[in-house]
Design a protein around this ligand. Structure first.
Ligand code: MRU
Ligand code: ZN
Length: 204
């Protein structure tokens, strides 16, 4: 895919995710891999439902902007660390839904486990509900390099990880193609809502 097509994937993802209420108020950032050494990311601070072709910029895999004059996403390093981690990752989405925010605040443990949900099969590599999807929750941090340094050991120890939460902040998930990652965001949102509904019933 050329840059224009990759940018269009990001624009379309933003319209969809904003429309579902998962990227409100300029929150979220999205990216696709351009090559082994470059990624295309959303610029910082734009309304994600109204992105245009100029609202993306190329970075190297250390998160350095290759397009002076454009402001890179504040969370660029969280994307590029994923591309460095696994060469098969082709797209990364970060969203800020109400359910991800509330569930990550309610969960005092440092991870969530999804088990026995049929929808777990929406995640890459999972073929049965008889599996466990382990989702770490990292404490939020405005120092993104420091946050990335918390994430990296987890990734190294959990090569099958399909996403993580940042407490009170949002979700990161990734996959080979943008369509895979959009499917995973939807699956996570479904599972977050199921967990919250279950909690609201069982806590009465
Ligand atoms: C609107 S607050 C959200 C931001 O602080 C941040 O978490 C975010 O997701 C978007 O940052 P951005 O720099 O636009 O990529
Ligand atoms: Zn964010």
């Amino acid at each position: 895919m050329n840059r224009q097509q990759l940018a269009q994937e990001i624009i379309d993802a933003g319209r969809f995710l904003y429309g579902r209420g998962w990227s409100p108020a300029t929150s979220s950032n999205y990216s696709t891999r351009i090559s082994a050494n470059e990624a295309l990311l959303t610029v910082s601070g734009k309304h994600k439902g109204q992105l245009g072709p100029d609202d993306v910029l190329a970075t190297d895999m250390d998160g350095n902007s290759l397009e002076p004059g454009k402001k890179p996403s504040a969370e660029t390093l969280l994307h590029t660390q994923l591309y460095r981690w696994k060469p098969e990752i082709g797209a990364v989405l970060h969203t800020h839904s109400v359910n991800a925010t509330v569930l990550s605040r309610l969960t005092l443990a440092d991870s969530l486990v999804f088990a026995d949900y049929e929808l777990q099969k929406a995640f890459s590599g999972i073929t049965t509900h008889e599996s466990q999807v382990l989702v770490p929750i990292f404490d939020n941090d405005q120092d993104i390099a420091r946050l990335a340094s918390q994430v990296q050991p987890w990734l190294d120890e959990h090569p099958d990880c399909v996403g993580y939460l940042i407490r009170g902040h949002g979700l990161y998930t990734w996959g080979p193609r943008m369509s895979d990652v959009l499917r995973q965001v939807e699956a996570f949102e479904f599972l977050f809502e199921c967990e919250l509904k279950t909690l609201s019933i069982t806590r009465r």
